[in-house]
Design a protein around this ligand. Sequence first.
Ligand code: HEM
Length: 200
Amino acid sequence: MNALLSSARNALLAGIVLALAAIAVGIAVERVDALGFTSFVLRAIHVVAAIIWVGMIWFVNFVQHPAVVAADDHGRATLFRLVVPHVATIFRHTSHLVLLSGALLLLPTGYLLSPWVFGAQFHMSMTKALLLWGAAAGAVAMWVFVHMIIWPNLQIVLGEKAANAEAKAAARAKVALYARANLLLAIPVTVLMVAAAHLF
Ligand code: HEM
């Protein structure tokens, strides 16, 4: 047990093995068809990646940003060196995974190319489709904010791109503003996705 909990990496790997073992037992007991299994795998990846991305959005807004504002110059430099770049790496990469897994999940769930996947008889409720596509549009906006606005400006804040003090202050304000915009969008996007999957 000690070895499993000796590092975050080991604990993570142990959690993944535990999840896979439980699913393997479930599948051994009751058969799953290929499409259902594909949908499940994509959904599991999508949900875990979404938890991490939205968790980072939460952390940035309610923990990291207040700490950066409250810190003195030395503390801020430490945060910019030891914390902020790691947080940015995690949310940049998980945002790609959420988008990719979500886009692939459109196929086995019937939102896209359903006649091709399920045949002409398949019926998708209009309300369900509107909820999903509305949420997906919000999620794409969040992805654009991360990659077109937050990350380029964060690079200025972190000193990875040359800029004077005035440009750095403007970049910091922009990062904070769009981090809040992503917090605002994360709630309806998540709730609408869950509604599309479970409400009707
Ligand atoms: C911030 C971004 C996103 C978050 C937080 C998010 C979250 C979720 C959650 C929590 C579910 C419900 C899973 C379940 O309960 O079964 C879900 C389902 C789904 N998501 Fe996303 N998602 C995001 C982005 C996207 C994007 C960009 C797409 C498509 C391009 C997408 C496509 C889907 C699909 C197809 C489902 C399955 C719906 C169903 O089963 O009817 N998601 N998402």
